[in-house]
Design a binder for this molecule. Sequence first.
Ligand code: PLP
Length: 501
Amino acid sequence: MLRLLGRHFEGLSSRRVPVRNDALSPGDIAARLPERAPRHAREFDKILRDVEDVIFPGLTHWQHPRFMAYYPSSTSVPAILAETLIAGSGVVGLQWAASPAATELEVRVMDWLAEMIGVGGDFLHTSGRGGGIIQNTAGEAIANIMVAARVEKQRQLLFGDVPQSELTQDQREETYYADSSRLVAYMSDQSHFSGPKAVRVAGMRLRTVAARLDSADGSYGLRPDDLAAQIREDRAQGLIPCAVQLNYGTTNTSSNDEIESFGQLASEEGLWLHVDAAYAGASWILPQFRPRTAAVERVADSFNFNGSKWFLCGFDSAFLWVRERKLLQAVFAASGPYLAQRDPEAAAGVDPDAPTTQIYDTEFKDWSVPLGRRFRSLRVWTVLNYFGVEGLQAALQSTIDLADDLRGRLESESSLFDVPVTTELGLVVFSVRGGDEATRKVAEDLLGDGKGEGSFLVYPSQLQGKTIIRVALGGALTDSGDIDLFWQRLVAAAKSVQEQG
Ligand code: PLP
């Protein structure tokens, strides 16, 4: 199997394998698979042959050096090998006793990561107050947070100063089913659609506020005064502000909301302040971006970033931190008599001077919907050990250098390209002079017939009603040679559409 993977990666890194097999139509792969499950056991070699001959050729290769669509889903050798160990161990870390190392590694790794990005205080497990948890995806993390924000708001509305821990079971139930149709969650119109989805899951109203182009940093961000105006309007209609989701690194243009400037408004209005940094949060490990996390530490109630996008940890590693774990536990804590019984003091919650037994006895099943959990922390721990902080910093910096190089080239060819927004990190955004159709045509030309070695996968997107192309760098195999060829092909395609137009 490792040999198969080796051949697979050799094909990608030699650029012989196309980034996407464009000759495929829906149903082509299924047509090559039997309609029913095999009646008899098959030899493993034959199974692997099918993987190599039928299944892998039907993949869009996210690890291909010329995959530049969406955001990267970067993996690495240690992540891949650790994934095998996880599957091999086959443990389900639903509570400490179910697999002590699974819980303790997750606690330790989340505190390591927080420290790496410069966030401490309440967000550390060792504070006894908050902490981090690994979730499957950012969308899932944000949905959990929105539900917790709703329930906490209901507690405040119904029971004022009585803390969660002092509510009776009946009162707690009321915080779950109380009518939330007047509660509102806010975010900018640049937020990822996971944000609105999370609000829907939580059963609240959504208000999106238009982001504005900031002349100082050239990115599209939400302004506190625009949010305040919307809140005033909503309050006048009898609605109740509940939460705000801020962006650090929007999907479309890697834009930032000015996080610190929302702190006062959030506390005056009683908003749960969540920061979605799914893509860009990885950059916080770089010294030049670390100061930005001071604002997160000061004003956020929770934040997330993905280890799977641009952090070499592979998929299924969405990091989420909360300032007050008890607000997640208020929603998600659940137990059954068949579970290992805990020390009653630990079960009552962690106090700030908690002995380590309480910190490491965290029951992650009580922080989100699923009971069973994969041993994801082993993969993250392996990646952190394998690269070290410096190795990860070098990988991220090299992406930024490639992106800066491409941005510079685009800006220098202003007769061919327009750069409508200042993007940061590994994302480059531009349009082709000549209109939306020209931009779309160039994106298609870059893919070509999908077969050639010079084929690049980028998708057009929309920004303020105009078609743009997003080039999302960050794949572990992409290097300067890819940028050179991308540039050559891009200039040729742009000139050709301009001549035709
Ligand atoms: N938030 C942002 C800013 C994103 O860019 C994305 C995906 O690209 C998401 C959330 C959703 O990520 P996930 O697939 O982990 O749910």
